[in-house]
Design a protein around this ligand. Structure first.
Ligand SMILES: [Zn+2]
Length: 328
């Protein structure tokens, strides 16, 4: 069915509702007719999934070619983290990080493509039912016997729009799903940049992340996570026993902020002092207090607590200070 015939059928349905009102038999009949022609006019589910796969594949190729994230994608996906820790932004582009994460990037790509394939049909069905429900709801609001009231005619514009838009469901689906993979890659680089490396770079990675809910959207499912901190598994602070694991929830137990076009994101935390106190173990609190005592002493020019010899001169104290800054 071409666009013209589709528009004509939609107009006929709307005109008849306005003329006769929603007598049960005609409303049901028109609903079925619209369902059938819209279903025929729209691309089938695999086409929508293929569009998402195409987009993800392109992004995957970019990441593989760059052997890391491009600067643009860092700025786009996690500008907050890059700003917080400027040295971190170079760490997450690095090829050695890429090599370590490559298997995970590949399996994430496969998982994103699979999900796009599995969810295409339910998404298509739900979009079609939404458009038909808009028609039905509007039609049922018309008085029996029809109406000449302009308000109903004006309200019909949105209904017509919703029905006519359905055959482009695949574009909506691509917008809904395509960013899941880039978002997942960015998350892998952000969370996987530290923790596991034995060469002293283990302090670079985030230890936790605060969920920031995209409050300006209509999505409310994630609102309950807003402001809560989730621990990144395998990070250095866990290794050192600084995290209270009995209360910790981990990022890998959570849904993914940014998935399905939601506007949430993680704000990554790199220091013990940024963690909510309840996430710190007793050892973590002690380490934090010790570090604070050292930095306070240096600031005030007092002797550094609990240090024996070799740090009397300023440059050694400064070295210790920056070592502590890295640690905590
Ligand atoms: Zn969200």
């Amino acid at each position: 069915m071409n666009d013209k015939a589709l528009a004509a059928t939609i107009n006929a349905a709307i005109d008849e509702m306005l003329k006769l009102g929603p007598a049960a038999s005609t409303l049901g009949l028109w609903r079925d007719t619209l369902e059938q022609i819209l279903d025929q006019a729209a691309p089938p589910a695999p086409e929508g999934a293929a569009a998402v796969k195409h987009y993800c594949q392109r992004y995957f190729n970019q990441v593989v070619q760059a052997r890391g994230l491009t600067v643009r994608s860092i700025a786009h996906s996690d500008g907050a983290a890059a700003r917080r820790s400027p040295e971190h932004s170079t760490a997450i582009i690095g090829p050695s990080t890429f090599e370590r994460l490559e298997p995970k990037i590949r399996s994430t790509f496969a998982a994103c493509v699979k999900e796009a394939q599995e969810q295409a049909e339910p998404f298509r069905r739900s979009e079609l039912q939404k458009a038909l429900a808009a028609f039905e709801q509007w039609a049922k609001s018309i008085p029996l016997g029809g109406t000449k009231d302009r308000a109903y005619r004006e309200a019909a514009r949105d209904v017509r729009q919703a029905l006519k838009a359905f055959p482009q469901w695949d574009k909506a689906y691509c917008g809904h799903k395509a960013y899941n993979f880039p978002t997942a890659v960015s998350r892998l680089f952000s969370e996987g940049s530290g923790g596991a490396s034995p060469q002293g770079t283990q302090y670079a990675g985030p230890i936790a992340a605060i969920w920031r809910w995209g409050a300006w959207t209509h999505e409310t499912e994630h609102e309950r996570f807003n402001g809560r901190a989730f621990v990144v598994r395998g990070n250095w602070a866990i290794t050192k026993g600084f995290i209270n694991q009995s209360v910790a929830m981990y990022t890998d137990q959570m849904p993914h902020p940014g998935d399905d076009n939601c506007r949430c994101h993680y704000q990554y935390l790199y220091s013990l002092r940024d963690l909510p106190p309840e996430l710190l173990s007793r050892e973590g609190k002690e380490a934090l207090a010790k570090a604070k005592a050292v930095t306070d002493a240096i600031r005030k020019g007092e002797p550094i607590p609990e240090q024996k010899a070799g740090i009397e001169n300023t440059s050694a104290a400064q070295r210790l200070f920056s070592a502590f800054k890295k640690l905590i």
